[in-house]
Structures are given as C-alpha cells and as structure tokens.
Design a protein. Structure first.
Length: 353
C-alpha cells in the first residue's frame, strides 16, 4: 500500500477545505461532470510534486500553466507519448488547454446508475462508477463525512434508503463498522455472472502468476503459455529494524494464494505515515505478511515500486487476475480462505525476467 502523511491523507479524504477553495479557480472542472461511456476523465491524485501541474507540452520542461487540485476532475482528450517525468512512463494526458503526466491522474468515468428499489437480504456487490462520491454518517446532505469513495472501489450495498428530498441513498457496508450512506446513483451493481471464473476448464495446477520485480510487471501462465501481462507497483524499499538493511515488503519466491476477497478496507502505518483506504477491490492474499494482489485507485503510477509490499494493479487487471486465479470465490459471502492442502494459484516473485 502507498503511504501518506496524515496531512496528505486528510486532504485526499476531502476533510480540509483548501482544495475546494482552490478548485473554484477552474469552474469548468467542477460537477456536474460530463458523462457517458465515450467520455474519458481524469481525477487529480496526490503526487510527490504536490498539486498535479498542467504544462504546455508533454515534457518535464513544459511551461507551467496552472496546477490541478487533488480530486479535481478533468476531461481527457487523448493519450500522447512525450518525455516522461520518470523513465518508466512516457505517457501524458492531453487536456483542452495543456498536458498532465499520466501518473498524476486516475483515469475515471462518470456513469450514473438507476437506483435499485430493493436489496436482497445478503446485499449486492457494487462498484463506484462516478469519479467520487462522499459517504456520510446519515442519508442526508450536510451530514458528517465518513469517507470519500473513489471510482472503481468495491462495496456491498445492504439497504435502500429514501431521503427526505426524494433522492435515493444506499447503506454502504464497511467491515470496520463505519456507518456510511451515499447517493445511490454513484454505485453500479455487479451481477454475479460478471465474476464467473476465467479459464475454468484449465488444470488449476498449470496456472501460475510470475512477478518480475526489476521490470515491475507480472505475467499469468497456463503451463508454458503466457495468457496475460500487466504492469504493477510492488513494495518500495525502506530500512528494516536494524537501520541498515533495505527491505521492500514483497517477499521473493513462490507463494500460494491463501485468501481472496471482493473488497477490503485496508488500514496500516502510523498517524504520521499511514493509510486508511476503504473499498480496495479484487484482493488476493499470497504471503504471510499480508501482501496481496489488489486493485489500486490512489495512484496511476504503475511500473515502479510504491507500496508497503502488496502488488498494486490497475482495477481492470486486478479483476481479471481475481477471476482467473484459484481459489474461486462465491458471490456470497464474497470471500474465501483455503488451507495448505487446497492452496490456490502460485504467485512466484522473481528478481527479473
């Protein structure tokens, strides 16, 4: 998992008001956002350089035009190849009036949904399908903010709640017992047939995920045939308890997947340097230290180490791997844990190709 300072985390969560004030300088980026499956959008994310810079050309020395704010949503015209700020990525997003390095924007869409009128007793799995939505302590505007929920995050919806103004809200389940409500249009119900296993007739013993740490990439193999490849972000290096040994939290060698979950609220670190991330989707644990393959929404910087040890994946890549790897996960309850005898697909961590 990527670490944030407490100050940065509060900014990301929308708790401070500075971002809202600064965003007013560019009202064309404010809601209502353009919507539809053909509309590409990007959401500004926290970066080492601060607020994402918009520059005059796709080059680190492009003239600074202005800065986006965290969570500011912008239309993306197209992707272009320029000179990357970092050597692992040379893709930039062209906006209407400049260019943003692609690592600084989360690709998002704005696809509102028709609210459900009833929810089954076991609930319905869903994903946030708009750039973000604020989850509140009560189903009414102005209630206390609990979390900001971001595009592609995965949650179980457990109740439909009509609001006093006629809007429909959902009760959003969180395994850490946070009471959360959010407008229903922000959530796309995930049907169970969308999560059917991939290549279910292939011998499970022939499936292997190989991770190449040097290349920051992984491949899925069925026997000797590579059937999938994706960039990842593995554990970033830090000093161990002895103060001299460099560790990265991603353990080398082969490890069987032992537990999988549709969604996980991950919390760790310290007040000054920690993370608190609800709705992480398509989680597959493979190591005793808690390292997992999972979806990532807080950065778009795949191709270099950034996590505490997990393997960060693009949401669509994490979902594919979740469906392809063993063990299979039933829609209800949406998680499974196996023993050593029935262990799942091997994740083999290697130094390089």
């Amino acid at each position: 998992m990527t670490t944030f300072s407490r100050r940065a985390f509060l900014k990301l969560s929308g708790v401070t008001l500075a971002g809202a004030a600064l965003a007013s300088r560019h009202p064309r980026f404010e809601p209502p956002w353009p919507q539809g499956p053909a509309v590409r959008l990007g959401r500004g994310v926290i970066t080492l350089v601060g607020r994402p810079p918009v520059v005059s050309r796709p080059h680190p020395e492009g003239k600074l035009l202005y800065n986006l704010d965290e969570d500011q949503v912008v239309p993306i015209r197209r992707e272009v190849v320029g000179l990357g700020v970092l050597p692992h990525n040379h893709i930039w997003f062209e906006l209407d009036d400049g260019f943003v390095y692609s690592s600084y924007l989360q690709p998002v869409m704005n696809l509102p949904n028709t609210p459900l009128t009833t929810i089954p007793a076991d609930g319905v799995w869903s994903e946030v399908s708009i750039p973000y939505v604020d989850a509140l302590a009560e189903p009414t505007p102005g209630a206390a903010l609990v979390y900001r929920l971001y595009y592609s995050t995965v949650f179980k919806i457990v109740d439909v709640v009509p609001a006093a103004d006629g809007a429909v809200w959902y009760r959003v389940y969180d395994e850490n017992d946070n009471r959360m409500y959010a407008p229903a249009h922000a959530f796309r119900p995930i049907p169970d047939d969308e999560l059917t296993p991939i290549s279910p007739t292939v011998d499970p013993a022939s499936k292997t995920v190989v991770v190449y740490m040097k290349e920051q990439a992984l491949s899925a193999f069925e026997g000797a045939v590579e059937v999938f490849r994706a960039r990842i972000s593995s554990g970033s290096f830090f000093f161990g308890d002895d103060g001299t040994t460099l560790l990265n939290g991603t353990p080398n060698g082969p490890h069987p997947i032992w537990s999988k979950r549709f969604s996980r609220h991950m919390i760790g670190g310290t007040v000054e340097d920690g993370y608190d991330l609800p709705g992480i989707g398509w989680v597959a644990y493979f190591a005793a230290n808690g390292a997992a393959l999972h979806s990532t929404y807080w950065h778009n910087d795949f191709g270099r180490p950034k996590s505490h040890g997990c393997l960060n994946c693009r949401p669509e890549d994490a979902k594919w791997l979740f469906r392809w790897t063993m063990p299979q996960v039933p829609y209800e309850p949406g998680d499974v844990t196996v023993d050593w005898v029935n262990r799942g697909t091997t994740v083999d961590i290697r130094e390089g190709i």
